[in-house]
Ligand binder design. Structure first.
Ligand code: SF4
Length: 448
């Protein structure tokens, strides 16, 4: 029985799909290379914002087309929808999309194999080799992996529907996380990205998070450790201080902390912590403590009662703090959230004007940030070999979302110099020589 998983959304979903992979393979299923070649097509969905929901619905309908074509070839493919969208709209999918054969939400990924076997009465295959299963989970040319440390969220930001379908905050046992990281290291993974809805709430005390980091550092084979989604509050401040004091060797100089806004008035309306001054102090402190740090944040634009002055405040913040990586999202009222009551007040046109304005402003700042980085030397990982170029990623850039460094590549010259082929997943020191759009150009200074 062959299956294929289509994964939509964020790195958390990627981690969940990997959990499903493991469960399915351990129950004797085999991986297909495409939805067309699968007996079971699983779509791991996202329902974060309006655009994500649209993408999910489009993907389900594309999958139905594949299923229909296969039916004409006498292949009765099963279509399964799982994840955030499934959790949130279970009933609606059941009623309105009868082509979907099975639906389950979040929190059951580790039992995917068993659930699907039971649903479709597929016999269990005995004696599956655990390590062979692990080997087949890893994509051959990928050297990073998101690892989920907790799920759910208790923060109750008024615009956010995530707690509705991800549930209350709960963290994974440290031993379980460490075992997963060890398995990934065994498979050749070099970079671990810790993901969750709310990373700094891990454990019963923030020290437990620090202990987790210390133990991951001990795992040989893991070279880079990236912490994602630190809610910008005092706990994050303490965690950063602790990271600085303990002089961690593998934590990359990258801080991801979504601010959503800098106007205290809007933050209060969002039921979020913080102010312009607090965020400025937090980011400045992080920059002082961590050399070569780069920061990623996001802003939610167009929240009810936001004015153009509030947009100016965001611009002032960006200019002052010179933030290297920013995403702007438009507010979309989500059912069953506190902010949904303002749905009628949303002015979509104004939201896109504000985002365009901010993006144009930011593009100029970003250009100057990138120019300042010319000639600097960064430790990079080789991620892609193209006929005439090599693609590297800096420690300061998260996979799949941030910049890469493109280095011209000529096979015979390389062979002369190094006497071997470039190896994916190896580390090099790369000097920045220029930039092209949002990416850098560079040259290799040395390999390690
Ligand atoms: S911190 Fe706020 S925005 Fe993030 S998942 Fe929790 S409720 Fe949603």
């Amino acid at each position: 029985m062959k299956y294929y998983i289509t994964t939509l959304g964020c790195p958390k979903n990627e981690a969940d799909s990997r959990e499903m992979d493991k469960s399915l393979l351990l129950e004797g299923f085999q991986k297909a290379n495409s939805p067309e070649g699968a007996d079971i097509h699983i779509i791991n969905t996202c329902a974060f914002i309006e655009d994500a929901k649209k993408e999910t619905i489009d993907t389900i309908f594309q999958a139905i087309e594949v299923k229909e074509i296969l039916k004409t070839k006498k292949n009765d493919q099963k279509l399964i929808v799982v994840g955030c969208f499934a959790e949130r709209y279970h009933k609606e999918i059941e009623i309105e999309i009868p082509e979907v054969d099975y639906i389950f939400g979040t929190g059951l990924y580790h039992r995917a194999g068993e659930l699907i076997r039971n649903k479709f009465q597929i016999p269990l295959k005995q004696n599956v080799d655990y390590y062979k299963v692990l080997e087949s989970i890893k994509s051959p040319n990928k050297f990073y992996a998101p690892v989920k440390i907790s799920d759910g969220c208790n923060r109750n930001c008024y615009f956010c529907a995530i707690p509705q379908f991800r549930g209350n905050f709960r963290f994974r046992e440290k031993s379980e996380i460490l075992r997963e990281v060890q398995e990934l290291a065994h498979l050749g993974i070099k970079e671990i990205c810790l993901v969750s809805q709310d990373t700094n709430s891990y454990g019963n005390h923030y020290q437990e998070f620090i202990e987790l980091l210390e133990q991951i550092e001990q795992i040989s084979g893991i070279e880079w450790l990236r912490i994602l989604y630190l809610y910008p509050d005092k706990k994050t401040q303490k965690i950063l201080e602790e990271i600085y004091k303990k002089n961690f060797k593998k934590i990359v100089p990258y801080l991801e902390s979504p601010l959503q806004h800098v106007s205290e008035r809007i933050l209060k309306k969002m039921n979020r912590f913080g102010s312009y001054e607090f965020f400025k102090d937090l980011f400045s402190m992080a920059r002082q403590m961590i050399p070569d740090l780069e920061i990623r944040t996001s802003f939610l634009i167009g929240y009810p009662e936001e004015t153009w002055e509030d947009i100016e405040l965001i611009k002032k913040f960006i200019e002052e703090l010179k933030i290297e990586h920013i995403s702007f999202f438009g507010f979309s009222p989500e059912e069953n959230t506190v902010a949904y009551q303002y749905a009628s007040k949303v002015n979509k046109k104004e939201i896109s004007q504000k985002i365009n304005d901010l993006q144009n402003f930011y593009n100029e700042i970003l250009k100057s940030i990138m120019i300042k980085n010319y000639n600097k030397i960064y430790k990079c990982i080789l991620e892609n070999i193209r006929p005439n170029e090599l693609h590297f990623r800096r420690q300061q850039s998260a996979p799949e979302i941030d910049d890469i460094v493109i280095v011209p590549f000529e096979y015979s010259e390389w062979k002369k110099k190094y006497n071997h082929l470039p190896k994916l997943g190896s580390f090099y020191n790369v000097q920045i020589t220029g930039s092209i759009s949002y990416d850098y150009l560079g040259k290799i200074v040395s390999n390690e």
